[in-house]
Structures are given as structure tokens and as C-alpha cells.
Design a protein. Structure first.
Length: 478
């Protein structure tokens, strides 16, 4: 790591000599340095791993199907959806950007390891004597090795590990989010297509009602106001037809963004129906939610990074110890340049002492301590928010499952009524107007069931997005 030297730092280097001497009086000082270095290490706080032992809205019935955490969309049993998610995880621009950021973080992580390794430089420069009469051409090598004492090396490693781990978590979170968005948009698209077909059938039935009402008007069986009412209902149904095409176009455009390319007909077969979950599907939250939710893992890495920054701030309160060395050859430019001087090796310690600005460094350390406390609180909040979101998602899915079951019963009832009406028409008990009314009731029930099926599917998707996913292995901090 490069030294952030200020005017207040006092750098002390040992006198350079050709043959450095060894003094046994330095041994106690070295022991003191090691002891102080051990006392200044900043520990990472223990983070709570609280998750409910039993979830309020989780279904614990034996044999209940539970889709896998990483391929939960397979519960829809829709090959087109599987292909779309696979393509999005490969081609989505957000996923690709997250992958590139992860590469950058890994490169910087490897670079951070070398901050406390010895460096070697070669230099060629000209230097003029104080009298200004003689110039010297100097060339050779110099090296600096910062020891990284007082926890500085460990703190730097923690910051680097937190950065690369955060990038890893962000890349995984991007895939989780994109998969959920593709599934949600696909459900919206399929529902919009089915809804457009039902609305067209409703408009046709309204037109049939209008024809029958006009016929009855000519036969003086109904009044003009009755015909006007039926006509208004037919016009309303006609206006719904172009409106129903808008969600289709919006969903297709959203899928194009998610896939990073224009959606083709091969991606979306025209006969695709609304994806439907099995009625018995009742997912279970992961046993270790704090290891599957990216938001919690990211907050955990923020704590690690804050601990690293605090470690560096505390290390700045103590001297910096380095070992410097040179191997320089100096030749007088005004002398005989055919016989240059021999290179002279020099080596010795360098110490940077914080004196005048020690109080400002102490203030920075205090600020880092407060930042670490805030990061721990943010982690606790992330855990509570994750648990609350999962509980809410489970409750919403249960509610939508119950509503869909009611909608299925309504469709079944409307279907039986339509069949009974059709049979009665055949024997002359009822007329075509009664059949049209029963048909409209069945279509309205179908339309509501489409909406309820969509809501349950979206609740399922939101629930698994709240669960998170299996994250790749993270870098172990020092």
C-alpha cells in the first residue's frame, strides 16, 4: 500500500552505510513492535443469525411439492419460460455488467495482496551538487517494503475481500432478479394474450345480445331503453379490445430489454397459455435465509469492510515501519565518464511517526468506529427486513391460492349453468337471450380466473425472489 504521507508525518530513516551493523539493543524494540501490532488488530463483530424456527404461513404438510431454490421456475413446467430464463441469464446486459464488475473486483483483490510485498524500481536521473559546479548521472535500483504492522495488512485484506465478495453477491443478485423479472413479464404477457381472447369473445357475445334485443324491439317485446342499455354494454366491450393489446406490447418490449435483444416469434409461441402452478405447490423458506438473501450477505460484507476501514484508521495512530534499500551508481558528468563510480548498496529501516496530526487521526478512528456500529445495525435491519418480506410473501401466496380456488369454483358453476341453459334451449324452455347471458357469465368468470391465476403466479415469483438463491463461495477474509 502506498504511504499517505503528510507534512505532519516525521519520517526517520537509519543512516545509510555500506555495511549495516546489527545492534542487540534493538531486540526489545522489535519485541515491543510485535506486541503492539497484536494489540491493535480490529475484530469483526459477531453478527446475529436470527431466522424464525417456524414460519407463520409456511405449509408443513408432508409430501407438499417444494420447487428447488435455484430453478424454482420449473414449477410452471413451461419449456418456453425455461428457455427465456436461460437466455436472460446469458445475454441480459445487467448480468453481463455485474460479471464484468466482478472481474474488475477480482483483479483489484489480487493487486491488494501485493501492497505489502517488496517493490523494486530502476531509476536514471541527474543530480547537481549544491555548489552547482558538478553534475552527477545516477542510475540504479531502489526498493521499499512496508511491513504492514499494527493490523494494517489485515485491515487492507478485509477491505479487499469485502469488495470482491460484494461484487460476487451483486452478480448473483443480478441473476436472481433477472430470472424473477423474466418470469413475471412472461406471466404478464401470457395472461394479456389470454385476456385479449376472452375480451374478444365477450364483445362477440355482447353483439349477439344486441342483435337479440333489436329483434325483440321490433317485436315490441322490450323497450327502447332496454336496447340502449345493451348497446352501451356492447360499445364498452368494443373499447376493451384495443386496450387489451397494450399490455401485450408492453410485456414484449420488457422482455426485449431483459434478453438484451428483440424478442422473436421463436421465443414466444403464439399458442402459449398462461403458466399455471400446481394447486398443491407450497414452497418452504430456506433453512438459512441469511445465506441465501443477497441483501443480507451484502450487509454482512459492509460490516467486514467497515471493520477493515477501522483497522486502517487505528493503524494510522501508530508509526509506519518500512525497510528501504538502494543500489545506486553515481558518475560525475564533468569528470571522467569512462570510469564511473561503483554501485554502493544501502539498506536500512524507515519510520514514519504521526505527531502533529495525531488528534485528527484519532477523530478519523472514532468516525470509523461509529461507521462499524452503523454497519452492524444495518445488517440487523437487513435480517429483520428479509424475514418480514418472506413472511409477507408467504401470506400473499396463501391468500392468492385461496382466491384462485374460489375462482375455479365460480368457473365450474358458471360452466354448469351454461350447459343447463343450452340443454333447456334445445327443448324450448329458454331462448337465445338466456344462452347469451349464461355465456357472458361464463366468460366473465373465466376473465376473473385469469386475473387470479396471474396474481398467484406473481405471488409465487415474488416469494422465491424474497428467498434469494444459492450464492457462490466467497473469499475468506484474513
Amino acid at each position: 500500500m502506498k504511504s499517505n504521507r503528510t507534512d505532519a508525518d516525521v519520517s526517520v530513516a537509519a543512516p545509510r552505510s555500506r555495511f549495516p551493523s546489527v545492534s542487540f539493543t534493538r531486540f526489545p524494540i522489535c519485541v515491543l513492535m510485535v506486541v503492539l501490532a497484536g494489540c491493535t488488530h480490529t475484530t469483526v463483530p459477531d453478527l446475529p443469525k436470527y431466522v424464525p424456527g417456524e414460519w407463520q404461513h409456511a405449509d408443513s404438510r408432508p409430501g407438499t411439492p417444494t420447487p428447488p431454490l435455484d430453478t424454482w421456475w420449473s414449477a410452471f413446467e413451461d419449456p418456453a419460460l425455461d428457455q427465456l430464463i436461460a437466455a436472460a441469464q446469458r445475454d441480459n446486459l445487467t448480468v453481463q455488467m455485474a460479471a464484468e464488475k466482478l472481474k474488475a473486483a477480482r483483479h483489484l483483490h489480487h493487486r491488494a495482496r501485493a501492497d505489502f510485498w517488496p517493490n523494486l524500481n530502476f531509476r536514471v536521473y541527474e543530480e547537481t551538487a549544491p555548489g552547482g559546479q558538478t553534475g552527477f548521472l545516477e542510475m540504479g535500483f531502489d526498493t521499499t517494503w512496508e511491513l504492514g504492522l499494527f493490523g494494517r495488512s489485515q485491515a487492507t485484506g478485509r477491505i479487499s475481500a469485502a469488495d470482491v465478495n460484494s461484487a460476487t453477491i451483486d452478480a448473483a443478485a443480478a441473476r436472481i432478479s433477472v430470472s424473477a423479472e423474466v418470469a413475471r413479464t412472461y406471466v404478464e404477457l401470457c395472461t394479456a394474450r389470454d385476456r385479449a381472447q376472452v375480451i374478444a369473445e365477450i364483445a362477440t357475445s355482447r353483439g349477439r345480445q344486441l342483435e337479440l334485443a333489436q329483434t325483440r324491439l321490433r317485436l315490441h317485446l322490450v323497450s327502447r331503453s332496454d336496447v340502449d342499455r345493451v348497446h352501451a354494454e356492447w360499445e364498452a366491450a368494443q373499447r376493451e379490445i384495443p386496450e387489451a393489446a397494450v399490455p401485450i406490447a408492453e410485456a414484449e418490449a420488457a422482455l426485449s430489454v431483459l434478453l438484451g435483444r428483440r424478442v422473436s416469434d421463436a421465443d414466444l409461441p403464439s399458442t402459449t397459455a398462461t403458466p399455471e402452478l400446481h394447486a398443491a405447490v407450497s414452497p418452504q423458506p430456506p433453512a438459512d435465509l441469511v445465506r441465501t438473501r443477497p441483501e443480507i450477505r451484502r450487509a454482512e460484507q459492509n460490516v467486514l469492510r467497515a471493520a477493515g476501514e477501522l483497522g486502517i484508521a487505528r493503524a494510522d495512530l501508530y508509526p509506519r515501519f518500512s525497510i528501504v534499500g538502494t543500489l545506486i551508481s553515481s558518475t560525475a558528468l564533468t569528470g571522467d565518464i569512462d570510469h564511473p563510480n561503483k554501485a554502493v548498496p544501502l539498506i536500512g529501516p524507515a519510520v514514519t511517526l504521526p505527531l502533529i496530526d495525531w488528534h485528527s487521526r484519532r477523530a478519523i478512528a472514532s468516525a470509523r468506529e461509529a461507521a462499524l456500529t452503523a454497519a452492524v445495525l444495518a445488517y440487523r435491519e437487513a435480517v429483520l427486513e428479509g424475514v418480514a418480506e418472506v413472511e409477507a410473501a408467504l401470506a400473499r401466496f396463501d391468500a392468492k391460492t385461496s382466491v384462485l380456488a374460489t375462482a375455479d369454483e365460480s368457473v365450474a358453476t358458471a360452466g354448469r349453468t351454461y350447459e343447463t341453459t343450452t340443454a333447456a334451449r334445445k327443448i324450448g324452455v329458454l331462448d337465445d337471450s338466456d344462452i347469451a347471458t349464461a355465456k357472458l357469465a361464463l366468460l366473465q368468470a373465466e376473465l376473473q380466473r385469469l386475473q387470479d391465476r396471474r396474481d398467484r403466479a406473481l405471488a409465487f415469483i415474488a416469494m422465491y425472489k424474497a428467498f434469494g438463491g444459492s450464492l457462490p463461495p466467497l473469499v475468506t477474509p484474513p
